[in-house]
Ligand binder design. Structure first.
Ligand SMILES: [Zn+2]
Length: 399
């Protein structure tokens, strides 16, 4: 509730876009809190913040947990934040009872998880995992044309450490489910076994601007009407693969909108997801075919630039097993679940053992100011996170 005041909105949500001054404030807050809990802090070139509590054997790679402190423009108090603050609480709890772990324990705040101001999402855990290089990440621009690298420097969080220099032995991320499944099943803990694949596109459709009063319908090259057809095609394609396939057009921009001009240039985003790579490939093919057909029939120049592909993935069976065992040991209801959303854990899973813990959120609503998770569920998730992390940090081959 304290961090939710940083960027808090009248509707009770949080608007704390990445690398804004509000992001700087919550980062400062996190570092102060982590230092007060005895952690050492390091910051890498992507502004990722690593807060480390020493273990008995500090030659071991830390067992890390964490998530992200940035939000969507209409974000809530829990998406991302829960996973970072639960890590902080985990460390405070160990301090309270004077508990030592074998391997060090670390809490991480990953920069720009949301991808709202700078696409793609999860870019910094992506750089850590080698999915993107640093120059690519620094060169991402927001709508005003500001580069991510400059925005990082502007808030004082362009760190010195090369990305990846900070070793992580394994990673656990607690997150609200952001979907309706756990609530509907009245289950407290989601043992996340993997994540669905995602494809993001920037689509451009170019026709010809012309006078709205004098251009006969048959002679128009209306880019927006073409875009409207594509939006419905994305919906149809996703429905054919649903469940579990989903498809969304979330942004549509007319280049120079005017009431009495036939739109000549439109840019839109497409987001398609499916847990099976072959089904997602089929959705990709169908969307491209639909776009080409629309372009040909309407004499529009069309292009779909796939700016991001995250393949479906499975988390580390050992780490997933620790999450399940932690839930069982505490007598919490639990079920296996596949993540519908992307998370930093998805990139980290490419390079190190990783798992996630989900807790329910009210009505399955997220990326929304009314997003809500019950205190008892947050506490249960934090406990599961702690016991999984401790089991890992104390295992003979800790890390
Ligand atoms: Zn999140």
């Amino acid at each position: 509730m304290e961090t939710a005041e940083i960027g808090g909105t009248p509707k009770g949500g949080v608007k704390r876009l990445t690398l804004t001054d509000l992001d700087r404030q919550v980062r400062d807050w996190f570092i102060d809190a982590a230092k007060a809990a005895g952690c050492s802090i390091s910051i890498d070139e992507m502004g990722n913040i690593f807060a480390t509590r020493p273990g008995r054997d500090n030659s071991l790679a830390p067992v890390a947990c964490g998530s992200h402190l940035d939000t969507q423009p209409t974000g809530g108090k829990f998406d991302g934040i829960l996973g970072v603050l639960a890590g902080l609480e985990l460390i405070r709890t160990l301090n309270d009872v004077g508990y030592e772990t074998e391997a060090p324990i670390m809490v991480v705040n990953w920069t720009n998880e949301e991808g709202s101001r700078f696409a793609p999402a999860m870019v910094s855990s992506g750089v850590y995992a080698g999915a993107f290089d640093l120059d690519y990440a620094y060169g991402r621009t927001d709508r005003e044309g500001e580069r991510l690298g400059d925005a990082l420097a502007a808030i004082g969080y362009r760190g010195e450490d090369p990305v990846g220099q900070q070793k992580i032995g394994s990673f656990f991320e607690l997150h609200i489910e952001q979907g309706p499944i756990l609530e509907a099943e009245e289950t407290t803990i989601g043992v996340v076994t993997g994540a669905q694949g995602t494809r993001w596109y920037d689509v451009t459709i170019v026709g010809r601007e012309s006078h709205a009063g004098t251009t006969p319908m048959a002679l128009r090259r209306d880019a927006l009407a073409g875009a409207a057809e594509l939006i419905l095609a994305v919906e149809r394609i996703a429905k054919e693969q649903s469940p579990p396939g989903v498809g969304t057009v979330g942004e549509v921009t007319i280049a120079e909108p005017s009431r009495n001009v036939v739109p000549g240039s439109v840019r839109l985003t497409v987001d398609m997801r499916h847990p099976a790579a072959d089904a997602l490939a089929a959705m990709d093919r169908q969307m491209r075919e639909a776009l080409t057909e629309i372009g040909t029939r309407r004499s529009l120049d069309v292009d779909a630039d796939e700016i991001w592909y995250s393949s479906p993935l499975e988390f580390d069976p050992d780490c997933v097993g620790l999450v399940r065992a932690a839930a069982e040991r505490q007598g919490l209801s639990h079920q296996d679940i596949v993540s519908g959303a992307g998370h930093d854990a998805c990139y980290l899973a490419r390079v190190l053992p990783t798992a996630m813990v989900f807790v329910p959120c009210r009505d399955g609503i997220s990326h929304n100011e009314v997003e809500h998770a019950e205190l008892e569920h947050c506490a249960a998730g934090a406990n599961v996170l702690m016991h999984a992390v401790l089991a890992r940090a104390n295992a003979p081959a800790a890390g």
